[in-house]
Ligand binder design. Structure first.
Ligand SMILES: Cc1cc2nc3c(=O)[nH]c(=O)nc-3n(C[C@H](O)[C@H](O)[C@H](O)COP(=O)(O)OP(=O)(O)OC[C@H]3O[C@@H](n4cnc5c(N)ncnc54)[C@H](O)[C@@H]3O)c2cc1C
Length: 650
């Protein structure tokens, strides 16, 4: 239950230092170091008209600079040239996301995906052989999972790795053009080695997808025999990253190049794995790579911070239209419409920031071995999928709204919106397409995180619908002890505004929506199956409903994290301010769904109007503090555009 809230009313100015430190959290020094690195003269932004080859070389040089100073390797073990600090490595990544996003993605591929695959899927000999060179960028590499025909459904990739007894080798093949590895970062120009995900075959038996270390270029950068590399070409954004396509034609690699933490093959071709079920094995392997999703979500939150800092600063300085008495023109942020566009987004950015901070600590606990419960790992995977989707969509919205809020001048490249819009929008697709990720969230909710169902991909869920698990979900939700309390707390008859800003009431409204949508989705699925319909068709017909259930779950998770962050803030003025921001976050979400709440008899029409009135009142209260609230986000000055007395400079 949330602590008693501070009185609403006039808010005192926050201390920027205190709020900034609170937001920086336990990794403040690392964030400061990364902010300082971004602002070095040699890291100055590229000219928007830079050619693609020049941009790629620039980004490689930047990556080397960061690697030389060990700024990008915190997540790798100390024994192999890293810092052994997973939480710190995400904090550094999030801070780098204030700057050039090609640099962010290039380093993410090299140290996070390529290095992470060797670390989590390989064993000691692989670590000894590769990690130090990966950490120093002596060995540039790729993470080659996606194929042209299989981007979201990576369990069905077709690249094959067949065991050759005689040579004690794997033979890697791309069966058809549709099965080439596609979009692979670092492949078009710089990568020398790729971790390739392929179907492991011994004789005629398939053992599912495994990861193999496959050299693709020699030390002089020449493509190796049997490998064909194509450049994906110019993209909407991220042109400092060399994405490429890989084809393999009978490429031979040693038997020991199989990353064998979850499946190994002896000299005699005997396959063994600690996880018997191949689908479950695959999802366990992919689950170890969850850090990538947490990183992309965190990076997207930083992008939102840059967009909102720019737009709020501009809105404070830029004036348009004056009052009829001929007085001074009005600052954009004094217009309610402008507040309504920017302040709920700012509140949501704070909300996501706090949820992300909790998630990073959970990730650190799971991967440092401090947290050993399987359930904690599964909760983390679900949360990472949901927050990645929310945060990346939120970044796109902040960039578009922020650009519009700056008017024409936001359209100049110098405002920073153009490059970030182009670069960040693909965050919604890579590291898991957002819509597909939300289906994974729904799957976890419907299965109650049960391990035996952890192996289901979104399509496989259709088959699972036929199982008795749906029944259990229905029973569980109907019988919840909490249920009665929630129901009582949110009776629609009160016409007063007061409890709209009661945190427990807000939490109850969110929880009720989550439970109701999940429960009704489960019932629909069960009904279809009971009536003998095809399980795939039933699932497909309910897909929209299932996605709403996932969304409602993430909404609740984010509000709960924000509420905890308010309670944990020691600074009194800071806590009052955060509490008001949290109200704005909660009520803006309720406002978006007020039609739904009314349809379901949870709020009256009078109360629904009160929600709108409260959002307006809170915007009024927060408006004088908007400037402070963005300054506390500590976006480094060097990545922001220039401002003059009238706002953004042209
Ligand atoms: C710039 C860039 C860099 C990348 N870097 C790498 C890399 O380094 N390594 C790597 O392995 N991959 C990389 N990728 C690939 C990336 O991971 C895939 O693009 C992504 O997983 C989506 O796959 P797809 O493009 O095939 O889209 P698809 O899976 O074809 O999806 C297309 C659309 O269909 C929808 N859809 C798909 N399945 C369903 C479903 N079951 N239900 C409802 N809707 C569905 C999706 O929501 C999406 O809107 C990169 C991609 C890009 C663009």
């Amino acid at each position: 239950m949330a602590k008693t809230k501070p009185e609403s009313g006039t808010l005192n100015r926050i201390s920027l230092e205190s709020m900034g430190d609170y937001l920086d959290g336990p990794h403040r020094e690392i964030r400061e170091e990364a902010r300082a690195a971004l602002c070095r003269p040699e890291m100055a932004p590229v000219d928007p008209e830079i050619t693609t080859p020049e941009y790629r070389e620039k980004v490689l040089a930047w990556s080397k600079l960061l690697a030389d100073e060990k700024l990008t390797v915190r997540g790798l073990p100390a024994s192999h040239g890293g810092g052994g600090d997973i939480g710190g490595s995400i904090a550094a990544f999030e801070t780098l996301a204030f700057g050039d996003l090609s640099l962010l993605v290039k380093t993410g591929v090299q140290f996070g995906l390529f290095g992470g695959a060797i670390l989590h899927l390989g064993t000691r000999s692989h670590h000894d052989h590769y990690l130090a060179d990966i950490a120093s960028l002596k060995l540039p590499g790729c993470f080659a999972m996606s194929e042209s025909a299989h981007g979201s459904d990576v369990q069905s990739v077709k690249t094959s790795a067949s065991f050759d007894y005689e040579g004690q080798e794997w033979v890697i093949d791309t069966p058809t053009k549709a099965d080439r590895k596609d979009w692979i970062g670092n492949a078009a120009v710089h990568g020398r080695v790729a971790v390739v995900f392929a179907q492991l075959k011994i004789d005629d038996e398939e053992h599912g997808v495994h990861a193999f270390v496959v050299p693709i270029r020699d030390e002089n950068g020449e493509t190796l025999e049997g490998v064909t590399i194509e450049d994906c070409g110019h993209k909407i954004g991220l042109n400092g990253v060399d994405n490429g396509r890989l084809y393999f034609d009978g490429v031979r690699i040693p038997r020991t190049n199989l990353l064998d933490r979850y499946g190994s093959v002896s000299e005699s071709g005997n396959y063994t794995s600690p996880i018997e079920n191949p689908t479950r094995r695959f999802f366990t392997m992919v689950g170890t790579l969850v850090q990538g999703r947490v990183s992309v979500g965190g990076g997207a939150i930083s992008v939102s911070k840059v967009a909102l800092t720019t737009a709020v600063r501009h809105g404070n300085l830029r004036r348009q239209f004056g009052p009829p008495d001929g007085g001074e023109d009005v600052a954009l942020l004094d217009y309610r419409a402008h507040q309504r566009r920017l302040l709920p987004l700012l509140a949501c950015t704070y909300a996501l920031h706090f949820k992300q901070a909790e998630q990073v600590e959970q990730l650190d606990a799971v991967f440092s071995g401090e947290e050993t419960e399987e359930a904690a790992r599964r909760t983390l995977e679900t949360s990472a999928a949901g927050i990645k989707a929310f945060a990346t969509w939120h970044a796109v919205e902040c960039l578009q709204t922020g650009r519009e809020a700056c008017g024409g001048i936001g359209y100049l490249s110098s405002s920073g919106f153009a490059a970030r819009k182009a670069d960040a929008e693909i965050f919604t697709t890579f590291e898991g397409d957002n819509t597909v990720l939300l289906q994974l969230v729904a799957k976890s909710l419907l299965t109650g995180y049960r391990e035996e169902f952890g192996d289901l991909n979104p399509i496989g869920m259709a088959g699972f619908v036929a199982s008795q698990v749906i029944e259990r979900v229905v029973e569980r939700t109907a019988a919840r002890e909490l249920w009665g309390r929630i129901w009582d707390e949110i009776t629609p008859d009160s016409e007063e505004d007061g409890d709209l800003t009661d945190r427990d009431y807000q939490l109850a409204l969110f929880a009720w929506r989550e439970q109701h949508v999940l429960d009704s989705a489960a019932r629909r699925l069960k009904k279809g199956i009971d009536e003998g319909e095809d399980s795939f068709e039933v699932f497909n017909a309910c897909q929209d409903h299932v996605l709403v259930a996932a969304t409602a779950h993430i909404d609740t998770q984010v509000l709960e994290a924000f509420s905890r962050a308010v309670d944990n803030c020691d600074d009194e003025d800071g806590r009052s301010m955060l509490s008001r921001l949290c109200d704005l976050y909660a009520l803006s979400v309720i406002e978006q769904h007020r039609g739904w709440y009314q349809e379901h008899g949870r709020i009256s029409s009078t109360r629904s109007k009160a929600v709108i009135r409260n959002v307006n009142t809170i915007c009024d209260e927060l408006r004088p503090h908007a400037g402070d609230l963005v300054e506390a986000l500590r976006v480094p000055e060097c990545v922001l555009p220039e401002f003059g007395p009238g706002g953004l400079k042209g």
